[in-house]
Design a protein around this ligand. Structure first.
Ligand SMILES: C[S@@+](CC[C@H](N)C(=O)[O-])C[C@H]1O[C@@H](n2cnc3c(N)ncnc32)[C@H](O)[C@@H]1O
Length: 249
């Protein structure tokens, strides 16, 4: 059986909560411009890292734990595209020197990591005065054990309340921290996903149907995921939101 990420990696899709609108806000809060050297942690299929480069002109390095994701992301680069590269790397142990980047952006990634390792790593690789922009799953209020457990076991993500995210940033040494917590709107999310993935929409669905009808293991894994999505615990959307967090080194 494939896990949640493998199912996505095989068809080349990744997404983050809040869509491109959330990314735009982070870029604004982090004051990203064309002179900046930006690390995108957990760059997935590469689409948002490429958009970040196109929207601001900054130089981007995207890292992801999954080699398949990095290969997919590299395929998206036009041969003329300079200023964006993708490499395999782990948020919990970044292979960059101290004080390397002006900005670190991570969207729907840190929630899958050991935050006591990844967030201090973001701080270490930032230059003094540099900004961290996080977009991460945030509980609007403390969820029931059933809902928390559903997220951990089905999606492998460990969401936190805003207070916990803020203390993680403070403990890692970030200052001037700002945050905003937003409820999920399924409709807005679908629109945002489409805006991000539109260049590959048909390829993604083409790959999905090809695998679904030709690979038994993929079909079983996708069916299991659909079953779990249908059996989402009651009240889930009442608790599930996303937080934008910006801190300065
Ligand atoms: C939900 S996707 C989000 C991808 C991307 N940020 C986007 O907006 O499309 C999460 C990504 O985080 C990557 N990931 C998970 N744990 C990681 C880690 N410890 N270090 C780097 N990447 C990681 C996964 O491989 C996956 O591509």
């Amino acid at each position: 059986m494939y896990d949640y990420f493998e199912i996505q990696a095989k068809i080349g899709i990744t997404k983050h909560i809040g869509g491109l609108e959330a990314t735009r806000k982070l870029l604004k809060w982090c004051k990203v411009d064309n002179l900046d050297y930006v690390l995108v942690v957990g760059s997935g299929n590469g689409v948002s890292a490429i958009k970040i480069h196109e929207m601001t002109g900054c130089t981007v390095v995207g890292i992801d734990l999954s080699e398949d994701m990095v290969l997919m992301a590299r395929e998206k680069l036009k041969s003329s595209e300079t200023g964006v590269e993708f490499i395999v790397g782990n948020a919990e142990n970044l292979e960059f020197d101290n004080n390397t980047f002006d900005v670190v952006i991570s969207e729907s990634v840190t929630v899958f990591t050991d935050k006591t390792k990844s967030i201090p790593e973001y701080h270490r690789v930032l230059k003094d005065g540099g900004f961290l922009g996080l977009n991460e799953v945030t509980w609007i209020s403390n969820p029931s054990h059933e809902i928390d457990e559903y997220c951990r076991s089905v999606m492998g993500l460990m969401a936190e309340t805003e207070d916990v995210w803020l203390s993680l940033l403070m403990e890692a040494g970030f200052k001037n921290i700002n945050s905003s917590v937003n409820r999920m709107s399924q409709w807005k999310q679908m629109r945002g996903d489409f805006e991000l993935q539109s260049m590959d929409f048909f390829k993604i669905w083409g790959r999905f149907f090809n695998l679904y009808f030709h690979e038994t293991e993929y079909r079983k894994s996708a069916n299991r995921l659909a079953w779990e999505a249908i059996h989402i615990p009651k009240g889930f959307n009442h608790y599930y939101g996303y937080g934008l967090y910006v801190g300065q080194k």
